[in-house]
Every structure is written in structure tokens, then in C-alpha cells.
Design a protein around this ligand. Sequence first.
Ligand code: EPU
Length: 345
Amino acid sequence: MTRAPNASTPTKLTPNLGLKHRNTFGFDAVAEFAYEINSPEQIPAVMSEITSHKQKWRVLGGGSNVILPANLPGVTLLMNIIGQEIISSNSSSTLLAVGGGVNWHELVTWTLENDLPGLENLALIPGTVGAAPIQNIGAYGVEVSDYIDSIEAFDAKEQAFVTLQNEACRFAYRDSYFKQNPHRFIVTKVVFKLPKTWKARIHYADLAKQFSENSNPSPEDMFLAVCKIRTQKLPDPKVIGNAGSFFQNPVVPNEQYKTLIKTYPGLASYPDLPGKRKLAAGWLIDQCGFKGQRMGSVGVYENQALVLVNHGGGTAQDILGLAKCIQDKVHDKFGVSLQIEPNIF
Ligand code: EPU
């Protein structure tokens, strides 16, 4: 794996670092202290110092799934570990090791260019490789956990590097062992297992619409179709601040779903889980009339009600205030609780 710079590079501590350009909401935020982590070898010494000074700390990847307050006390670790390397290949699969700081979409593009398909349904998801397993990113019928072999992370509790195999990561819908244990793991490397046999996954409605019944899409066709849908539906954070889906799609018992569908026959949902139903939060929010609404500097995106946006000058408090209004209204109308998706720092 190529690592730049190497382990002997001294770790640079920057006081009062502005993070406006390191969070996709574009919130003005200042880290009291920030460390650039370019190699895993830097981490033990940095963590030992943080522990001895009893400082608060957190990890920031691409900043695409976080809500940052104006001030982040203590230490913020900026993950920049790059490089990817095929570590083994046999007749059934390829194992690919990737640094936690690699940009997710660039990795997807690289895998396709190198004839390693599998991740194309996850194209254009913002953020880094190291952040992808934390919330188990997913789109168009695929979750990253489907392709993870193992994860290397620094465990702050044990003050040591650990390797967790896929099952130990306890992946679920937008959830993982890492997410359940905040302030504990620093993901340095993800090992992907990409099967040699490939089949297009077009069962997701939006994607199916892009192809005729008898078409036989290639991985590149899938990649382009996903990019097209996402570009149409989701706002580009470079243009308008956002963190993708702001709420998880709520999962309710089948009985509750049956009652709801009687009153609301248009209710959009997915039959993903036995005995339960995953409701489309975007539909619920849309039905409450929030789509395109503004509340000061923040608002609900005009093409997808599940995405909250910062029109400029908004703060974490503003976005959480809007989120509370939405949660209350959806709960009053449908009796369903919405959980916030991004991490609140
Ligand atoms: N819908 C509305 N109004 C809206 C938005 C959606 O009626 O304003 C309806 C749609 O018509 C559709 C249903 O709700 O019937 C679902 O919408 P969509 O297909 O856009 O997907 P989603 O459930 O809103 C999830 C993920 C996305 C992912 C897409 C595609 C979550 C929380 N979100 O969105 O992930 O890209 O499916 O697979 O699971 C993200 O996590 O940041 C993210 C963008």
C-alpha cells in the first residue's frame, strides 16, 4: 500500500483549525486542536498523548455524515491514510486493502477501471473509505458490508490495533459495532472481498426504470445509471450544503404498517426485514408538506424531502431545530419516530 508521507513524518498539531470546508453541510466550525493522520503508525503516540491529557477527541473523515457545532473542544483527527493494494486473488474473489482516508467515489471508480466490479451501486456516495463501514453506507439494494472482508482499526480502549472480521463488525441497516461504540475505534484500513462472478443488481425501482427488461447492463452501465439518478435527486454538497439522507428510514412492525397503509394507500416502503417494514422517511416528510420549505438559513431539499440543506450561514442548532419540527410533525401524523442519520459531534 502506498502511504504518504511515511511513518517517520512528525505528526503536526494545528490549533484553531477551521473545518467549514471539511464538512459537507458547510457549517462554520473550529477544532481546538487538529492532527493530520497520514499513516497508522502515527496513531498510538497521538492517542497516548490525548489519553494522558484527558482530552476529548473525535475522528473526521470526509465530513459528509456529521453535524458539527461551532467549536470542537480537544482534538480532532483528520484521516488522510491513502493507498490501495490487491492483497490476494483466486478463482472466486479478490481481496483489496484500502486506506481509510481514500475518497469513496474515487475508490469505486478505481475498482471499475481495474476490472473489479461490485461497488458500482454505491457510486457518488460522498465521504471516505474509513467512514463507509461506520454507518454501513448503502444505496440501490447494496450495502458496503456485502463486500467487506475485514477492518483494521486502532482500538482506543485497548490502545492497540485490532482486526475485525465482517461478522464481528455487526453490520445492520446504517449501523455497525463501530457506530454502537463511539469514541473507540479509528478505522485505518478496509479489506474488501470482491467476488469474481458479477451480476447487475437492478431490482431497486429507480434503477430498474433505467434499463429495459432484456437489457444486460455492464458494471459501467450500472455505475453511470446510479450517477445519473443521484445527480438528479440529491444536491451536490459543493453547491448546497447537506449530509445526504438526514433521517434513517424507520422500521415498524408489520401490524403498524398494515394500519398505516389502510389510511395512506400511497405509503412508500420496503419489505427488507422479516416481520417488519422499512418506511420511506422521505415520503412521510413529504406528506407533511416540508419539501422545499425553508426555516431561516436551513431547509428541506426541493427534490428529496429526506435531505436537509444549509442554504448558507446555517448552524448545527438551526438544522437540529428544523429536524425537531419534522420529527414532531411526522410523529403527530403517522405515529412514527424518525432517527437522525448523521453523527452529531
Ligand atoms: N419519496 C417521496 N418524497 C420525497 C422523497 C422520497 O415521496 O421527497 C418517496 C419516493 O418516491 C420513493 C421512496 O420515498 O418511493 C424512497 O425514496 P428514494 O428512492 O429516493 O430513497 P430513500 O429511501 O429516500 C435511501 C437511502 C439513500 C439511498 C437511496 C437509494 C436511507 C436513509 N437513504 O433513500 O441513502 O441513496 O435509498 O438506495 O436509507 C444516504 O444515506 O445519505 C442516502 C442518500
